[in-house]
Ligand binder design. Structure first.
Ligand code: HOZ
Length: 425
């Protein structure tokens, strides 16, 4: 038995499904996941010392590449000074200021420990601020695993074809209104049905949990207008897109200003951090100022904040996002060209360091279109690439990630391997 298989066997006895987060289990693509022993730059090495070019990047945080030496040094230095205090620190003020400076819609920000906590808290805040019950979310968008958001959700829920979770009483989700992404008519109808009871709309401004799906022209603008007309809070969930698709996230690219924003992943530089922030009058409703309660022992953890601050500083280097966007484009244009050479129906899209690849002729605009792609071809492509030493997300419903360390040589090597795999499909 191989070392990876042996570890998976042991893992399955000790951990449900052998994994600590469902999409890692390879259930939708089949096979045994490699167990990762170490990572550096664009590469991972598994327990058998096989090297992979990595396009998962820890599902988003690794924008500087894995184990960036400066980030690692910052973490080591912070750890020397103490792992957790449960009391305020100067560094958390610095990172809050850095986030506010980068993202103009954020006037105040609260740090938490994960994206799930960020979205859950932002929803509670929107409800507390408006005194309303209902929330609007979109099919295929994933906003973490809190009860009221696990309805027709993306990511692992979609991957396993079970987009609403067991264990969530129907009463807990009776106020969650689920609509089709990119369908403003649905949103208008929901406001007509509940004109005074919609606390907020939460949306991934580029969806990244049903593969990558861009907002249609006018969609985000339309959400802004409807929220303004009805006194509802607009929440952009930029856990994936924040500081990844551009220096101010998707809101900087589309020019639509949300009332609240949720962040995670990159702002923790690979350590567990999340954040929610936005208009100061809304944030004033959070305890200890206001009546909406939210707390966390490890919130603003000094080691995680050190990793995040160092990462944020590096992202501010001139030309960072232009280079990242160019490199991701080199990958996607190259993959599309090679697929075409072999007559494989395939296309792709990218923004900054985020990308989507689809086994269909055009980029999808909705969950229905993503679901309509050729899943079997994806599975064969995925395993061919993995065998060849390239690690993509093990699901046709996840976006991909490029880091600043994916240079021309790394991408060209990926394309050489892809050429052979497309030829074999
Ligand atoms: N929620 C992540 C995918 N969109 C998966 C995180 C993980 O499994 O590590």
């Amino acid at each position: 038995m191989s070392r990876n298989a042996e570890l998976f066997d042991r893992a399955c006895r000790a951990i449900p499904g052998g994994v600590n987060s469902p999409v890692r289990a390879f259930r939708s693509v089949g096979g045994t996941p490699p167990f990762i022993a170490r990572a550096r730059g664009p590469y991972l090495w598994d327990a058998e010392d096989k090297q992979y070019i990595d396009y998962v990047g820890s599902w988003g945080p690794a924008i500087l590449g894995h184990a960036d030496p400066e980030v690692v040094r910052a973490v080591q230095a912070a750890a020397e000074g103490g792992l957790s205090f449960g009391a305020p620190t100067a560094a958390e003020v610095e990172i809050a200021e850095a986030i506010i400076e980068r993202i103009p819609s954020i006037e105040q920000v609260r740090l938490v420990s994960s994206g799930t906590e960020a979205t859950m808290s932002a929803i509670r805040l929107a409800r507390g601020y408006t005194g309303r019950n209902k929330i609007i979310k979109f099919e295929g968008c994933y906003h973490g695993h809190s009860d009221s958001l696990l309805v027709k959700a993306g990511s692992g829920m979609l991957t396993f074809g079970n987009p609403s979770s067991a264990g969530v009483p129907s009463e807990f989700v009776q106020h969650t209104v689920v609509l089709r992404y990119n369908n403003l008519a649905d949103v208008k109808a929901a406001f007509a049905q509940y004109p005074d009871d919609i606390a907020c709309i939460i949306v991934e401004p580029i969806a990244g949990n049903m593969n990558m799906v861009r907002p249609a022209p006018g969609f985000l603008e339309g959400l802004r207008t409807l929220c303004d007309q009805h006194g509802s809070v607009l929440i952009f969930d930029e856990v994936m897109t924040g500081l990844r698709v551009g220096p101010q996230g998707m809101q900087g690219l589309c020019g639509v200003k949300p009332d609240l924003t949720t962040l995670a992943k990159i702002i923790g530089g690979g350590m567990p951090v999340g954040a929610f922030g936005g208009r100061a009058d809304i944030m004033a409703e959070i305890a200890p100022l206001g009546a909406v309660y939210q707390a966390g022992t490890l919130s603003g953890n000094p080691v995680a904040v050190a990793a995040g601050l160092t990462t944020l500083r590096r992202l501010a280097e001139p030309g960072f996002y232009d280079r990242l966007h160019t490199q991701t484009g080199r990958l996607i244009i190259g993959l599309v060209g090679r697929a075409r050479n072999h007559g494989v129906p395939f296309c792709g899209d990218w923004q900054g360091g985020l990308f989507g690849i689809y086994f269909r002729k055009t980029a999808p605009t909705s969950l229905a279109e993503v679901s309509d792609s050729d899943q079997d071809a994806f599975k064969r492509f995925f395993h061919g690439m993995l065998d060849g030493g390239v690690h993509f997300a093990p699901s046709a419903f996840e976006a991909g990630f490029v880091s600043i360390t994916h240079d021309d040589a790394v991408i060209d090597r990926t394309l050489e391997i892809a050429d052979k795999v497309f030829a074999s499909l």
